[in-house]
Design a protein around this ligand. Structure first.
Ligand code: FAD
Length: 317
C-alpha cells in the first residue's frame, strides 16, 4: 500500500521507522533483531536507506595500490522485499542519483515493481567520499527532480527505450526530501523551497524531512511550504540524541542546530546513560507536540538505537 493511502485512511497519527542496511558480512537476522521489538507499534511503513559505493585503495604486496569500489551496506531493495515478506508491512526503499545511470535506475525500478514495492523515496544523494561536490554519473541524474521525472515516466509506462509502446505502468508513490533548516548547498531557504516545489510539481506525493530538534523550525517550514502552494503531506523525520559526540557530529554531517536547552542538558550529563535519558525525554516531548500539531506520521530514524525509539513510541501511543 502507498504511503499516501496509509495517510488518507489514518484515524490517528501514524508511526514509521527507518533503518540502514547492515554492514556487508552481516545477515538479514541483524535487521529482524533490530525491528522485532518495534513491530509491536504496527508501523505503517519502514524505510530502508541507500548507500552508494566508496572508492578504496587496497595495498598490494609489491607496495602499489589497487583501486576498488566497495559497497559497505548493500542490499536496500532485497531488504525491502525481505521485510515486506517477513512482517507483511510496507517498505520504502531510498533511491538516489549518485552512482546510478538512468539505465541502472530503470532496472532498479523494474525490480521494485516486480517485487510489489509501490513506494520510493527519491533523493540526489551526497557527494562521493572522494569528491568535493556531488557529481552525477555520465548519463545519470544531477538533481532529485530529474530522477523523480524518470519515476513519473515509468508510472505512465514510458521507458528509456522509445520502441517500448504501452509499457507496463509502475505505479509508485513518490516521496521527496525537505529540509526545515535548509539544504546545506542552497543559497537560502526560499530558493531551497522553490526547488522543493519543483519536485512536488514534478510528481512527488509527499515530503519527508531531515531530522530537526527544534519543532518551531518544522512549524515554520510547513507554513512556508503551504504559503508557496506546496500542499502534499509533510512527514517529520525524528532522531534521538544519544551521546555527547553528536552535539558536534549532527550539525557537521546533517547541518542541523541543537537547541541550547538540549545541548546544555547534554553537556552537564555525567554518563552516557544520562545523555540517552535526556535525548529520549526530548524526543518524547517533540513527538507529543508534533502529534498535537497534526502531523500525518511520526517517522523515526532508528539508526542503531531501536530501544530508545521503543521507549519513545511506547510513551506517545
Ligand atoms: P535535491 O532535491 O536534488 O537538492 C540538492 C540541492 O540542490 C539543494 O541545495 C537544492 O536546493 C538544490 N537544487 C535542487 N534542484 C535544483 C536545480 N534544478 N538547480 C539547481 N539547484 C537545485 N542520502 C543517501 O545517500 N541515501 C539515503 O538513503 C538518504 N536518505 C535521506 C532521507 C531523507 C529524509 C533526507 C532528508 C535525506 C536523505 N539523504 C540520503 C541525504 C540526501 O541525499 C542529501 O541531503 C543530498 O545532499 C540532497 O538530496 P535531495 O534529494 O534533497 O537533493
Amino acid at each position: 500500500m502507498k504511503v499516501t493511502d496509509h495517510i488518507a485512511q489514518a484515524k490517528d497519527t501514524l508511526v514509521s521507522f527507518e533503518i540502514l542496511p547492515p554492514l556487508k558480512g552481516k545477515t538479514i537476522n541483524t535487521i529482524y533483531n533490530h525491528l522485532d521489538p518495534l513491530m509491536e507499534f504496527k508501523p505503517s511503513f519502514i524505510n530502508v536507506t541507500y548507500h552508494r559505493s566508496e572508492t578504496m585503495f587496497k595495498k598490494k604486496t609489491d607496495g602499489t595500490f589497487d583501486k576498488v569500489e566497495v559497497r559497505k551496506r548493500p542490499g536496500t531493495v532485497a531488504i525491502c522485499a525481505a521485510i515486506k515478506n517477513h512482517y507483511n508491512v510496507d517498505t520504502v526503499p531510498h533511491l538516489i542519483c549518485g552512482g546510478f545511470t538512468k539505465r541502472d535506475t530503470e532496472d532498479a525500478l523494474i525490480d521494485l515493481s516486480f517485487l510489489g514495492i509501490d513506494n520510493v523515496l527519491v533523493l540526489r544523494g551526497d557527494a562521493a567520499k572522494n569528491e568535493a561536490n556531488f557529481e552525477p554519473e555520465p548519463n545519470g541524474h544531477a538533481y532529485a527532480v530529474d530522477l523523480l521525472k524518470q519515476v513519473v515516466n515509468m508510472k505512465n509506462g514510458i521507458y528509456l527505450e522509445e520502441d517500448i509502446k504501452n509499457g507496463g505502468k509502475a505505479d509508485f508513490c513518490i516521496g521527496t526530501a525537505g529540509y526545515p533548516e535548509k539544504h546545506f548547498e542552497a543559497p537560502n531557504l526560499n530558493t531551497d523551497l522553490l526547488f522543493l516545489k519543483a519536485k512536488v510539481d514534478a510528481g512527488a506525493d509527499y515530503i519527508m524531512t531531515q531530522m530537526f530538534f527544534d519543532n518551531q523550525k518544522f512549524f515554520d517550514f510547513v507554513k512556508a511550504c503551504r504559503e508557496m502552494g506546496i500542499d502534499v503531506p509533510i512527514i517529520p523525520g525524528l532522531k534521538p540524541l544519544t551521546n555527547k559526540k553528536q552535539l558536534t557530529v549532527l550539525p557537521k554531517v546533517f547541518h542541523v542546530d541543537i537547541p541550547t536547552d538540549l545541548s546544555n542538558a547534554v553537556m552537564k550529563a555525567k554518563t552516557d546513560e544520562e545523555v540517552e535519558q535526556i535525548g529520549t525525554e526530548w524526543l518524547i516531548q517533540q513527538s507529543k507536540e508534533l502529534k498535537k500539531f497534526g502531523v500525518p506520521v511520526l517517522h523515526y530514524y532508528t539508526l542503531g538505537k531501536p530501544r530508545v525509539i521503543y521507549d519513545v513510541v511506547k510513551e506517545i501511543r
